[in-house]
Ligand binder design. Sequence first.
Ligand code: NAD
Ligand code: MG
Length: 381
Amino acid sequence: MTDANTRTTSRTDGGTEGSTDEERATIYYEADADASSIAEKTVAVLGYGSQGHAHAQNLNESGVNVIVGLREGSSSRSAAEDDGLAVRTPAEAVADAEIVSMLVPDTVQPAVYEAIRDGLEAGNTLQFAHGFNIHYGQIRPPEDVDVTMIAPKSPGHLVRRNYENREGTPGLLAIYQDYTGEAKAEALAYAQAIGCARAGVVETTFGEETETDLFGEQAVLCGGIAELIKAGYETLVDAGYSPEMAYFECLNEMKLIVDLMYEGGIGEMYDSVSDTAEYGGLTRGNVVVDDHARENMEAVLEEVQTGTFAREWITENQANRPTYRQLREREKAHEIEAVGERLRGLFAWADEESETAEESEAVRESEDENEDESEREEVRA
Ligand code: NAD
Ligand code: MG
């Protein structure tokens, strides 16, 4: 499956070797983008969820012609119309567009692609915000279109808010197929029009973006951190400490630590904590995340690289997600969730955070046909 990585790019995909100066990624900014590459064109934005609503409105306000593509009866239609945008069915939108921005959930993209593929003309562009379906061969575009990716590194409501505040959102750029020879220029113009070039656009490949994204969310961000928190919590509670103390120590304080690392790296975090915390962390952290944990990470990465994980997830979706639903219920039933809900209800600090959550909930235009996808703003980890 990984052979599908690169048709036109020279960088190796999902490379495991440490990066050298030569391998350092190229970053593009506004000066590298030429708005005229996109100015006369029409973009069909398929989907009006987290990314769709932000791309469509930002493109529109940047002077690009936009048609939003949504099914008849889609609950997102009125939202797009209220925002002053033209709305058609996906097939109609694609028929009138030169650039197709595929912003429906990854799991429904293959079906939406089947519905619009006949409207793709030679020289058109099929654009993505995540590489999964191209990289794992779930969408196989014709050879006479450009296939590109502009992937903002943040949820859509921030892409929109940053644009309105004249700020940028960092993004990724990848070219999978360059039929016209203009793919990169056009992708950079698109990145500029949605505000990403203001902050910087990092060049990557579909393979690298997909594999690092899946690995990161599995091993470190979503899966890794949730298991680390639960294991720490259970270790304390099993040793007789109170669930409240265990919750504060292992979950609540995580945010303070992550905020420090986000602002100034691991060094700033260690500078800010006590010397005792620093020494304890430096001597004991790798006792927990030891060579065995690293070997497990390599195994997880291998399943991503070989396509084993992708096949499992595709099959799971085809079977209407039995395992996913079951695991989700089990996760919700963990004691730490009940303890957290009770504590967050008792303390004032929780107000601020729930406002942020409500805000992203409110921005999200959900559709009910996919219960799993519509529950909350899906943040690309
Ligand atoms: P989303 O779930 O927020 O929205 C998808 C929209 O697609 C819905 O609102 C609806 O308008 C439409 N839709 C839903 N089901 C449909 C169906 N069955 N048929 C037709 N249309 C349907 O999606 P999203 O999170 O914006 O993701 C879109 C793309 O952007 C994905 O490739 C995703 O990986 C990528 N991405 C997402 C984020 C993020 O933070 N959400 C960040 C970067 C990239
Ligand atoms: Mg990610």
